[in-house]
Design a binder for this molecule. Structure first.
Ligand code: NAD
Length: 507
């Protein structure tokens, strides 16, 4: 018999070292999606406190930027060590607060560890170029400098990993980080900060306020967006949020990393390895109860294999285990809350009104399941239209047929979002076409892998209404630093670029 989510969460918070003063009978109410019951209240940050914390973060930055980058990396190494020590406890808390199955909760913490490892190496590789100049006795080079306070706004569905993608990189780049987590998941944020504090102690202390947490609703996110001490905001959430945040940052010429909604597709070509495709599709569409930005939402199947493939998929949808995400055999946990389930119902009725055939999609009610549980929905659509064109943050997979490969690519690209995409094929020409300029228009384009489950070594993010931001690996670190181009004249004359002559008379 499992303990109640409340009981378990309170004991994990204690084990993780969250100060009891932050929890209590008043403030922001936190519920577990597992049973919908209250876990605790969390003290909210007032707007005045938030502004003071941002100012303090700026002061901390002025100090931190002068610490050599490899030494900054040492703090991130210790953070990674502390996360390793706390992987089980934090992973369980992620499951209790966000409702994802335990192996995904643990996977989220593993992702935090991975990005710390990556950032430690990066702390010795923040390099610029030396560039050939047209002028004799000159040298031209790039230097990369720390940027300032980096604001991080995060969504409920990756309550802690998103912070780490930003914070680990921002810290080695010499910045301070102020974090506004989702109002639905403040407990895992408090736990992450408690872990970071232990790493800071082992490091010998960080400048006061280098890492800060703003607990509360979107108004605190807006405050972070508006504060002139914050030159960069990395905001993860819905496209609706990005539409508000993006223009405000642009208006004050601050940088934005926008990681917004997705409406991701997979194409199943006639040559595909159908067993492999089935596993890839099932994980990407059903995993995390359809609550990943990279969740597979649209399946585009060649008509020649449609029945063979989709009949297998229907059986998967009818047999997948739904329930308390702490149970080892369960693959689908709850939706985050009742509005999420209402959104799912609405999208399904729109699809039915268009003539769709729906497998699953029902509410799952049982005396021991008090949260918002649903059977994932496989929705065979007469055409690519209506609710198919928008992200509904729930486990709905729309299925369409195609005849010509070019039409499948056009369908895949004909939505507003541009996050992730995939193609299952053994045909080399199709695979290459898909990742070519004429193929997928998304930030992520995979072959024989579903669209979800990225690893941290690559740059993560998407195009169009997904916002264009990139986080984590590759050269994403450059967004967290400012670049200066330096030209140095070590000669005795002053030749001007482009052969310009500007002779003045000197005595
Ligand atoms: P949401 O947009 O409701 O909230 C996300 C965060 O933004 C929260 O912290 C919220 O308080 C804050 N916020 C909302 N409006 C704001 C405003 N006007 N100013 C400042 N802050 C504001 O999203 P959610 O329901 O928590 O998460 C689900 C959404 O996030 C989905 O659309 C999903 O695709 C997207 N998501 C995207 C990525 C990605 O990397 N592209 C990753 C995870 C989730």
């Amino acid at each position: 018999m499992l303990p109640s989510p409340r009981e378990q969460a309170l004991s994990l918070l204690e084990a993780l070292g969250v100060p009891p003063a932050r929890l209590g009978a008043q403030g922001l109410a936190v519920h577990s999606p597992i049973d919908g019951a209250l876990i605790t209240h969390v003290t909210e940050t007032s707007p005045a406190e938030a502004s003071a914390l941002i100012k303090q973060a700026h002061e901390a930055f002025l100090h931190w930027r002068k610490i050599p980058a490899p030494r900054r990396g040492e703090f991130v190494r210790l953070l990674g060590e502390e996360l390793r020590l706390n992987k089980q406890t934090l992973g369980q808390l992620v499951t209790l607060e966000a409702g994802k199955i335990l192996s995904e909760g643990l996977g989220e913490v593993q992702e935090m560890i991975d990005i710390c490892d990556y950032a430690v190496g990066l702390s010795r590789q923040l390099f610029g170029l030396t560039i050939a100049t047209e002028r004799p006795d000159h040298r031209m080079m790039e230097t990369w400098h720390p940027l300032g306070v980096c604001g991080v706004i995060s969504a409920f569905n990756f309550p802690v990993a998103v912070w780490s993608w930003n914070a680990a990189i921002a810290l080695v780049c010499g910045n301070a980080v102020v974090w506004k987590p989702s109002e639905k998941t403040p407990l895992t944020a408090l736990a992450t900060h408690a872990i970071a504090e232990r790493a800071a102690k082992r490091f010998g202390g960080l400048p006061e306020g280098l890492l800060s947490l703003l607990i509360g609703g979107r108004e605190l996110g807006a405050l972070l967006v508006d504060d002139a001490h914050v030159p960069l905001v990395s905001a993860t959430g819905s496209t609706a949020m990005g539409r508000q945040v993006g223009p405000k940052l642009a208006a004050r010429f601050a940088r934005a990393i926008l990681e917004l909604g997705g409406n991701n597709a997979a194409i199943i070509a006639p040559s595909a390895d159908l067993d492999l495709a089935l596993r890839g599709v099932a994980f990407a569409a059903i995993g995390t109860a359809g609550q990943r930005c990279t969740t597979l939402r649209r399946l585009i199947v060649h008509e020649s294999i449609y029945e063979a493939f989709v009949s297998k998929l229907r059986r998967v949808y009818q047999s997948v285990a739904i329930g308390d995400p702490r149970q080892p055999d369960v693959l689908v946990g709850p939706l985050i809350d009742a509005p999420a389930r209402a959104q799912m119902d609405k999208a399904l009725s729109e699809a039915r009104a268009m003539g769709a055939q729906v497998t699953g999609g029902t509410h799952v009610d049982a005396p021991h399941l008090k949260g918002c549980y649903v059977a994932p929905a496989l929705v065979e659509m007469p055409r690519h239209d209506g609710p198919v064109l928008h992200e509904t943050f729930a486990p709905i997979l729309y299925v369409m047929r195609y005849q010509r490969f070019e039409d499948a690519i056009t369908m895949q690209n004909s939505v507003g979002a541009g996050l992730s995409s995939s193609l299952f094929t053994l045909d080399m020409r199709e695979a290459e076409r898909f990742v070519s300029v004429e193929g997928s228009d998304c930030g992520i384009a995979n072959i024989n892998i579903g669209p979800s489950g990225a690893e941290i070594g690559g740059a993560f993010g998407g195009e169009k209404e997904t916002g264009g931001g990139r986080e984590a690996g590759s050269d994403s670190w450059k967004a967290y630093m400012r670049r200066a181009t330096n030209t140095i004249n070590y000669g005795t004359t002053l030749p001007l670029a482009q052969g310009v002559s500007f002779d003045i008379t000197t005595d």
